[in-house]
Design a protein around this ligand. Structure first.
Ligand code: PLP
Length: 392
C-alpha cells in the first residue's frame, strides 16, 4: 500500500528509497508479499486467450514480488523500467546479448570487471561480436574508435579495482553521435550516487549482490533501461529465460530500504581510512576518487553525489611474503571477493590490461570499508603495516 499522492520523482532520493515499489503491497502490509509462483491460473478461456494484456500470466514473466523490486530499482536509478537477474554477471551478459549480434562491434572499457571481460572474450567472441578495448580515461577521444557497426559502448565508472573515473557525458555524447548506445556498470555507486540516465546512458546494469543486497547474503543483478531500450532488453531477458527467486528478491528489497544511510556511513568511514592510508610510508597511491587530489577526484566531484566504501591502494614495491604478512594477520578485514556488505574486506589484485599499460610497480590491494568504527579498522591496519615492514 502506498499513500504517496505526489509523483515519487518529485521527492528526494532518501524518501524515494523508502517508498518505491510499495504500491505492490496489499492488505495494509508495509512490505509486499513474497510470492512463490510458477503457474498463474486463468479464470476462463477468454482471459487465457488475451493473457498478453494481463499483469501476471506466468511466474517467470513477473510476480508482485519481482515487480516491487524492479519498480524500486528503476526508481532508484531514475530509469524507465528494470529487470532482475540472478547475479550481476547474468544481468551484464543478458544486457550485452540484447544489443549485440554476429558482425557487430563493441567498445569495452579496459578497466572492466574481470568476469565481464571473460564473457566478452569467450562467448561474445564465439558469436562473432568484435570487441575493441579502450582506455578508461579516453573521454571524447572515443570518437576515433567508433565504427559504423559499433552498437554498444560499455562503461564502468569507477573501473573495477583500479578506480579510473570515466568522463561519462563525453563518451555518451560521442556514442550517440554515431548511433551506438551507452551501457554502464553502475555497481560502485549502487545507482544512488551516480545517476546514469541523467548523464545520458541508455542502460545501467549493476550487481545487486553488492550495496542493494548490502548484507553479503544474496546474489542478484539488475538491468535498468530507458523507454527506448526497455523493449529490447525485456525481449532478450524473456527469451533467455532469466529470472530470480522470490526470497532473494525480497532480501534485495529489504536491503534497498536502508541504502541511503548505509552508503553515507560507508563513504564517511572509507574517507577516514583512505586518508590514514595515504599517510603511510609503505603506501604509494590511494585510488579513492572521493579523496581530494586522488586520481579522478575532479570528475567524481562533477558527476557523483557521494562515494561508496570501495577503493584501492598501490603499495610501494614490496615482497609478496611481506604483503602476505600484512594481510594474514588482519582481524577485522575478511579476505574474499564481492563487497558492499556491512563488513570490511581486503583482497590483493593484479590489474589486467590489453589496451593500456599498467605502469605502477608496487602490489595493489582493494579495500571495502564496512560499517565498523574506522578507529578499530585503522588500529588493525597499523599492526598490519608494522608486519609489512618487519617491525613486529
Ligand atoms: C561483483 C560485480 C559484478 C558481478 O556481480 P555478481 O553479482 O557477483 O555476478 C559486476 N560488476 C562489478 C563492478 C562487480 O563488482
Amino acid at each position: 500500500m502506498s499513500k504517496i499522492k505526489t509523483k515519487l520523482e518529485n521527492l528526494k532520493a532518501a524518501t524515494r528509497l523508502i517508498n518505491a515499489g510499495r504500491e505492490y503491497s496489499e492488505h495494509g502490509m508495509v512490505n509486499p508479499a513474497v510470492y512463490h509462483a510458477s503457474t498463474i491460473l486463468f479464470p476462463d478461456t477468454e482471459t487465457l486467450k488475451n493473457r498478453s494484456s494481463l499483469k501476471y500470466s506466468y511466474g517467470r514473466k513477473g510476480t508482485p514480488t519481482s515487480r516491487a523490486l524492479e519498480s524500486a530499482i528503476a526508481q532508484l536509478e531514475g530509469g524507465f523500467d528494470c529487470k532482475i537477474a540472478p547475479s550481476g554477471s547474468a544481468a551484464i551478459s543478458t544486457a550485452l546479448l540484447a544489443f549485440l549480434k554476429t558482425g557487430d562491434h563493441l567498445l569495452m572499457v579496459d578497466s572492466v570487471y574481470g568476469p565481464t571481460r571473460h564473457f566478452v572474450d569467450t562467448l561474445l567472441k564465439n558469436l562473432g561480436v568484435h570487441t575493441t578495448y579502450y582506455d578508461p580515461l579516453i573521454g571524447k577521444g572515443i570518437s576515433a574508435l567508433l565504427q559504423p557497426n559499433t552498437k554498444v559502448v560499455y562503461l564502468e565508472s569507477p573501473g573495477s579495482q583500479t578506480m579510473e573515473v570515466q568522463d561519462v557525458p563525453a563518451i555518451v555524447a560521442a556514442a550517440h553521435a554515431r548511433g551506438a548506445i551507452a551501457m554502464i556498470d553502475n555497481t560502485w555507486s549502487a545507482g544512488h550516487y551516480f545517476k546514469a540516465f541523467s548523464h545520458g546512458c541508455d542502460v545501467s546494469v549493476q550487481s545487486v549482490t553488492k550495496y542493494i543486497g548490502g548484507h553479503s547474503d544474496i546474489m542478484m543483478g539488475s538491468i535498468v533501461c530507458t523507454e527506448a531500450t526497455w523493449p529490447i532488453v525485456k525481449e532478450t531477458y524473456e527469451t533467455l529465460g532469466v529470472f530470480a527467486g522470490p526470497d532473494d528478491m525480497n532480501m534485495a528489497l529489504r536491503g534497498l530500504r536502508t541504502l541511503d544511510v548505509r552508503l553515507e556511513r560507508h563513504h564517511k568511514n572509507a574517507l577516514v581510512v583512505a586518508d590514514w592510508l595515504r599517510g603511510q610510508d609503505a603506501v604509494d597511491t590511494v585510488l579513492y576518487p572521493a579523496l581530494s587530489n586522488a586520481p579522478g577526484h575532479e570528475i567524481w566531484k562533477r558527476d557523483f553525489k557521494g562515494a561508496s566504501g570501495l577503493f584501492s591502494v598501490i603499495l610501494k614495491p614490496a615482497a609478496e611474503e611481506s604483503v602476505a604478512k600484512l594481510l594474514d594477520g588482519l582481524e577485522l578485514f575478511g579476505m574474499g571477493f564481492s563487497w558492499g556488505g556491512f563488513e570490511s574486506l581486503v583482497v590483493p589484485f593484479k590489474p589486467h590490461r590489453t589496451a593500456t599499460n599498467w605502469t605502477a610497480e608496487g602490489p595493489c590491494l582493494r579495500f571495502h570499508i564496512g560499517l565498523e568504527s574506522p578507529e578499530d579498522l585503522i588500529d588493525d591496519l597499523k599492526q598490519g603495516f608494522k608486519r609489512l615492514q618487519n617491525k613486529t
